[in-house]
Ligand binder design. Structure first.
Ligand SMILES: Nc1ncnc2c1ncn2[C@@H]1O[C@H](COP(=O)(O)OP(=O)(O)OP(=O)(O)O)[C@@H](O)[C@H]1O
Length: 235
């Protein structure tokens, strides 16, 4: 199993943000982690990548407990945070070189991998620019480039298309799809259209509860379609 989540909860003060959710993801799946604003998506994702500790329950990635193997898993998971933190004053290649150093790549390995990821995410024409000079969509590509730099088998993307225009959204969606070979990808979104075009499976969270875990097909077959499915389940 790539991801195993058992009775995972996050409680902030008196607020239950994530309420004892359980799910598993096997290798090669693209999973849409859906839910309205404030449903608990980011809190779950942060527990999956070891940024915050669960209040209860356990998350395992690639068979390792996230709480016990946080550092080891950082080398195995690719993560794009919701706000895509970048260094705007750095040049694209300079930033990716910095990411390569963090992952312990040698200078020669970094040079090779920077070229590879630039091609993979479609940054060839923008690679000489400063990050601050890029459009939001291209900045998102830089964020994805840093997430895949170390060729992780598990990729976790928190709202990768938020704030993008419809064309940029479509580009990032097809980019995610193109990266999926041999990887387990979990990405969060509050947009149904997003999951419809790329996921094979849906996890739906509402008020911290996992209210659906099914194939895209099952959700589409719901009376009234995907929109009704989302509305009814999150009511
Ligand atoms: N550090 C925190 N302290 C207190 N409450 C928090 C904290 N982080 C999140 N919450 C609360 O937990 C709930 C779930 O938030 P979370 O960010 O996980 O949801 P989300 O589904 O990712 O939302 P969005 O789609 O708006 O990003 C929200 O009510 C939020 O206000």
């Amino acid at each position: 199993m790539s991801i195993e989540v058992a009775n995972l909860s996050k409680i902030y003060g008196s607020q239950i943000a994530v309420n004892s959710i359980s799910f598993q993801a096997s290798e090669g799946q693209i999973i849409g982690f859906l839910g309205p604003n404030g449903a608990g998506k980011s809190s779950t994702i942060k527990m999956l990548v070891g940024l915050i500790q669960p209040s209860q329950g356990e998350a395992k990635v690639l068979g390792l407990s996230v709480a016990d193997h946080t550092l080891e898993l950082k080398r195995k998971i690719g993560y794009l945070a919701e706000n895509n933190p970048l260094y705007p004053d750095m040049y694209v290649q300079e930033f990716l070189d910095f990411i390569g150093k963090i992952h312990g790549f040698s200078a020669a390995q970094r040079k090779k991998r920077i070229e590879e990821v630039i091609l993979l995410v479609g940054l060839e024409k923008e690679k000489k620019k400063k990050i601050a000079e890029l459009s939001k969509g291209y900045q998102q590509r830089v964020g994805i480039a840093q997430a895949i730099f170390h060729n992780p088998s598990v990729l976790i993307l928190d709202e990768p298309t938020s704030g993008l225009d419809p064309n940029q959204m479509a580009e990032i969606r097809s980019l995610i799809q193109s990266l999926s070979s041999g990887k387990t990808i979990l990405f969060s979104s509050h947009l149904l259209t997003e999951v419809e075009s790329i996921c094979d499976r849906i996890l739906l969270i509402s008020h911290g509860n996992l209210v659906a875990d099914c194939s895209l097909q099952e959700a589409q077959n719901y009376t009234g379609g995907l929109a009704a499915f989302f509305k009814d389940k999150t009511a």
